[in-house]
Design a protein around this ligand. Structure first.
Ligand SMILES: [Cu+2]
Length: 336
């Protein structure tokens, strides 16, 4: 009986230490979304239960190892114990109740986290090897390289992948959602804390997976509106002033850099240096001279004319619009 009391007290102490210890480590970053609060509540409850279970196993084990160790000169056998029905029922029923309780809480939690707000702001997210692009259909804005969000308004992210499976993860929001090729997946999140965060791809997706990041900026409603207006006037200006090599270079940095170099070295794709006006050999044996029409076609239908020694089906179709393609061509022209 004395042993039970001592072990019981030690288990309680170890549980507290394990729980407080995990709290000090700071497993999670700040809570920047309404969903994070809900998720962390359940997570915290699980941490309490697992601190207890961890202690319940390790404390009696260590206690027995030390207190009931073999004494010197003791050659007798240990006591043989054959089954204990009451114990077996207890350690089956209690965990069963805990698991059922957690699945109930988990279901409530999931419902809360996924609650639909009809006023939600629609944002389209595209993931590709290795970057992100964001569009705001409500405001006629597309292909932006940063995700701006107004505080305290639910956002409905509609996500697509251009190539392989990626995963949308902003640790401060806690939510994570895969982007699956050929499918549109959705995630709802309500930012509650203005600030700068980082979106990171959470699904190993190839060579530069670790660099697949994008800024996420949560701002007040007024700042968001000002930002939208600024982006809209930039877009309007761009369509008036015609193609620009500077914007082409920006598109290059955002989408094409992973495979195309500017310095004459070939990577996953051919270099862009000297592409205009030079001979290009195709994999069907034909040769042609690199001109605007060829570049345009290579961007819109990458498999129509495949460059010799390079793999087809590697270059994604980016869905660039007419002006963006002209910007890119303008930029390639500067690379002689
Ligand atoms: Cu990825």
């Amino acid at each position: 009986m004395r042993h039970f009391v001592i072990v019981g007290l030690l288990v309680i102490t170890a549980t507290l230490l394990a729980y407080l210890g995990l709290g000090v480590v700071g497993l999670l970053p700040e809570q920047a979304s309404a969903q994070a609060v809900t998720i962390d509540w359940l997570f915290n409850l699980e941490i309490i239960v697992l601190s207890f279970l961890f202690s319940l196993i390790t404390v009696p084990l260590l206690y027995s190892l030390v207190v009931f160790r073999k004494r010197e000169g003791d050659e007798t056998d240990a006591v043989h114990i054959e089954g204990n029905t009451r114990l077996e029922i207890t350690w089956t029923v209690i965990p069963l109740v805990i698991v059922i309780a957690f699945s109930y809480l988990g279901a409530l939690n999931l419902g809360e986290v996924r609650r639909v707000d009809p006023q939600a702001l629609d944002v389209k997210v595209v993931g590709f090897q290795w970057g992100w692009s964001f569009s705001y259909p409500e405001y006629g804005l597309k292909s932006l390289s940063e995700l701006y969000l107004p505080v305290n308004r639910q956002v409905l992210l509609k996500m697509e992948s251009r190539d392989v499976i990626h995963s949308f993860y902003v640790p401060e929001f806690r939510m994570k959602q895969d982007l699956v090729p050929g499918q549109i997946t959705e995630l709802r999140v309500t930012p509650v804390e203005p600030g700068w965060y980082t979106l990171a791809c959470a699904e190993l997706c190839g060579q530069d997976h670790a660099a697949m990041r994008a800024p996420v900026v949560v701002v007040s409603r007024e700042e968001f509106e000002a930002w939208i207006e600024q982006k809209q006037s930039e877009a309007a200006e761009a369509s008036l002033s015609g193609p620009s090599a500077d914007r082409g270079e920006e598109i290059y940095r955002q989408y094409c850099k992973a495979c195309h170099s500017l310095d004459g070295s070939n990577g996953t794709g051919p270099t862009w240096r000297g592409l205009i006006g030079e001979k290009v050999r195709l994999d069907n044996g034909a040769t042609l001279i690199g001109d605007e029409a060829y570049i345009r076609r290579s961007i819109m239908e990458p498999n129509a004319q495949v460059v010799e020694d390079f793999n087809p089906n590697v270059m994604p179709v980016f869905g660039l619009d007419e002006l963006q393609i002209e910007d890119v061509i303008e930029f390639i022209k500067t690379l002689q």
